[in-house]
Design a protein around this ligand. Structure first.
Ligand SMILES: Nc1nc2c(ncn2[C@@H]2O[C@H](COP(=O)(O)OP(=O)(O)OP(=O)(O)O)[C@@H](O)[C@H]2O)c(=O)[nH]1
Ligand SMILES: [Mg+2]
Length: 456
């Protein structure tokens, strides 16, 4: 990295670097699945980070169709790269070029480069596309060039107001000035500076240009004093714009990219954080519920001693390992067993299990064996599922805190979960799942029996 050390802007730049590093560090704790989901953000952050480190600046050119945006880029580059056409809508997508002239750079950065992006006319695309292009410009542009070719209309004014909200500096270029007389040029500039863009764009950022002037008649004087006329295309005139861009790059270039990068990084940090929380929440809830259902159905179909149900020894370490993986915590089966034990103890279920197993189990066992299904299987299965559900929720909270019970301690965490869980509705839902499964099994065994009878 070749960051300059000017005392004036060092802090902005340092802040931006730190914000960028922080945003990138969020990815380190991501699981592979999260990395896939955030791949686009990661790519953009890396691009921004590279831009910040090399001191590179992005300019974007906006404006209505046919105002001369592509011509302006050609004039700035000094060669014909962007398609220019009298027919409106020549530019259909965004393209980017590098302003190769050495002067276009931010002082202090050896690898500094200035990129310029052409965009379709704002009246060429629909409102949603316009908003998307503006959003993308917000992400990558450090300086916006807005091209007009006459007094502005409502759409242009509206687009400019939208762009202004992005907090990027804007230069308005009044192009095609060659079409006007000197008096008209002055009148137009005056109108834009003191009326149309008053309070929106500072007058020094409203500039005139002729990017692709029309052929003009030139009078050529011969050696004998005679004159003849010839049509010739004048050279483009974008000097005012060039000077203003260079001024901005040299005075504020570093702050511009620092500000932009810091904005982008903090926005992405928040987004990555929020996305990760949501993603992990969704995934872990699905895992907890599927384990709870699996356990309740399994226990209902194959009743196990009530001590195991309430004591939770059936709770699969797989649930804990799965949750750990979602939160990017690698844990062993032994760790998983310890977590389950801590949760069950905190809920008071281990002690309760001893009592219940001694008093209630013989009676329930008799019932279970005698009636076989719904009378005992349904509540027993539902309780098993509920226990797994609570264990899952508590483990989820443990992993959310970076594999720690935090200052609250496991007892308080489990108590909070028990308090805020609607036990009755969870049990009802689990019973529904069990009944659905039992029905399905019944039909399939009926079918099996029927087909066996046919074979016999
Ligand atoms: N007289 C004059 N004509 C210009 C000037 N700049 C561009 N034009 C002409 O305006 C027409 C449109 O120019 P483009 O550069 O394609 O305009 P654009 O804004 O990129 O157009 P889209 O891509 O269609 O949105 C072409 O015929 C250009 O020759 C200028 O300074 N003076
Ligand atoms: Mg164009």
């Amino acid at each position: 990295m070749n960051a300059p050390r000017s005392p004036l802007d060092h802090d902005h730049y340092g802040d931006a670097l730190r914000a960028m590093q922080k945003a990138l560090s969020h990815f380190e704790g991501c699981t592979d699945r999260e990395k896939d989901a955030l791949a686009d953000d990661f790519r953009k952050l890396n691009e921004h980070s590279r831009k910040l480190e090399t001191g590179s600046v992005c300019l974007s050119v906006f404006g209505e169709i046919n105002t001369g945006k592509s011509s302006l880029i050609n004039a700035l580059l000094g060669r014909c790269v962007a398609e220019v056409s009298i027919e409106g809508g020549a530019t259909r997508s965004c393209s980017e070029w590098v302003l190769k002239d050495q002067a276009y750079s931010v002082p202090g950065f050896e690898e500094s480069r200035v990129f310029i992006t052409d965009t379709p006319g704002i009246n060429e695309v629909d409102g949603a596309t316009r908003a998307r292009i503006a959003r993308e410009a917000a992400e990558f542009s450090d300086l916006i060039l807005f091209v007009v070719d006459s007094d502005v209309n409502h759409l242009e004014h509206q687009a400019l107001v939208q762009l202004k909200e992005l907090d990027k500096p804007i230069l308005v270029i009044v192009n095609q000035m060659d079409k006007y007389s000197t008096a008209q040029q002055q009148e137009l500039l005056q109108l834009l500076k003191t009326d149309r863009f008053e309070g929106l764009i500072p007058p020094e950022n409203i500039l005139s240009a002729s990017a692709d002037p029309m052929e003009r008649e030139y009078l050529i004087e011969g050696p004998d004093g005679s004159t003849r006329s010839r049509m010739r295309k004048p050279d483009p005139n974008v000097e005012e714009l060039k000077i203003r861009i260079l001024e901005i790059l040299h005075q504020d270039g570093k702050s511009l990219i620092a500000l932009n990068a810091a904005l982008f990084a903090s926005d992405k940090s928040d987004r990555i954080h929020a996305l990760r929380i949501r993603y992990r929440e969704d995934q872990s809830q699905k895992v907890v519920w599927s384990y709870a259902v699996g356990k309740s159905v399994g226990v209902a179909l194959n009743p196990i001693p009530i001590a195991d149900v309430v004591g939770g020894s059936f709770v699969d370490v797989g649930l804990i390992l799965n949750l750990g993986a979602i939160y990017g915590c690698e844990i062993t089966r032994q760790n998983a067993r310890t977590i389950i034990k801590t949760i069950l103890q905190s809920a008071g279920w281990v002690a309760a299990a001893d009592v219940i197993s001694r008093i209630a189990f013989p009676a329930l066992k008799g019932l279970t064996l005698g009636m076989g299904t719904l009378l005992t299987a349904l509540p027993q299965g539902a309780i098993a599922g509920y226990t797994a559900y609570i264990v899952g929720q508590a483990a989820k909270s443990y992993f959310e805190q970076g594999a720690s019970w935090s200052e609250e301690g496991p007892k308080a965490v489990v108590a909070r979960i028990l308090e805020t869980t609607d036990k009755a509705s969870i049990i009802d839902k689990l019973k529904e799942e069990i009944q659905r499964k039992i029905q399905k099994n019944k039909y399939s065994s009926d079918r099996e029996q029927k087909s066996r009878l046919r074979i016999d």
